[in-house]
Design a protein around this ligand. Structure first.
Ligand code: CDP
Length: 230
């Protein structure tokens, strides 16, 4: 019997713990990890570098045919390549974070990214994280999670991440930034942030990373069937 290789989706608001959980769960299952937020961030970086406004739908749409975002597995984990350049670190700056919701609200941007994501996931064996994966990109996924966490824990996590990269930002401004981005992501016309009806809700406010990963991996293994490692 061939092993089933699942499509697992993890959606949820900003800094809810999706990335670390998705990366570690994928590693343990031997699956590919796709950080779809990183793809939208890469497009945003290009938009800013080109001097375009994040609201310039026509300008951004015109840029897409010559924009190539590739997620490559490198020595230090997942690398994000934009037109052949490694932009893994450059896409995490506050400037990109501020513009990404607006850039990813354009229908043409979403179409281009979703096409790529579906192609990457067509054979299964994949953990995709984002905002619309369980609702739009893979509505028939085998296993869907929706991660949430209180705004305070999310701001604290983000502050720690940024501090590790040398950026110091107050908790208050991070809370504000995260809340604003959630509102934008949830209220946009195309593919808003929304829980899929059949997604398992995980509140990560008081969970350890290890517990989050175990939940995803354990549920996946049950689905794959006893004795099969996926
Ligand atoms: O890591 P963080 O929670 O800050 O966000 P991210 O996953 O890197 O996503 C950055 C932004 O990309 C989100 O705020 C959304 O505006 C957009 N995004 C999206 O529209 N659809 C996705 N599937 C993933 C991200």
């Amino acid at each position: 019997m061939t092993k089933r290789r699942l499509v697992i989706t993890i959606d949820g608001p900003a800094a809810s713990g999706k990335s670390t959980t998705a990366r570690m769960a994928a590693e343990r299952l031997g699956y590919t990890h796709i950080d779809t937020g990183a793809m939208y961030r890469a497009v945003t970086l290009k938009v800013l570098r080109a001097g375009l406004s994040p609201d310039d739908s026509a300008g951004i749409t015109g840029m897409l045919p010559t924009t190539h975002v590739v997620l490559a597995r490198g020595q230090n984990g997942l690398r994000v390549m934009l037109d052949g350049e490694d932009v893994t670190d450059a896409i995490r700056t506050a400037r990109v974070t501020r513009a990404v919701s607006a850039v990813s609200s354009h229908a043409a941007v979403r179409e281009a990214m979703v096409r790529e994501q579906r192609a990457m996931g067509k054979d299964g064996g994949i953990v995709l994280e984002g905002r619309d994966i369980g609702t739009v990109v893979f509505p028939d996924a085998d296993l869907k999670f929706f991660m949430v966490a209180g705004i305070k824990s999310r701001a604290q996590r983000r502050q720690k991440e940024l501090a590790e990269r040398g950026e110091k930002i107050s908790l208050e401004s991070l809370e504000r930034e995260i809340a604003e981005r959630d509102t934008r992501d949830a209220s946009r016309a195309v593919s808003p942030l929304r829980k899929a009806d059949d997604a398992i809700v995980v509140d990560t406010s008081d969970l350890k990373i290890e517990e989050q990963v175990e939940l995803v991996v354990g549920t996946a293994r049950k689905k794959i069937g006893k004795g099969h490692r996926g």
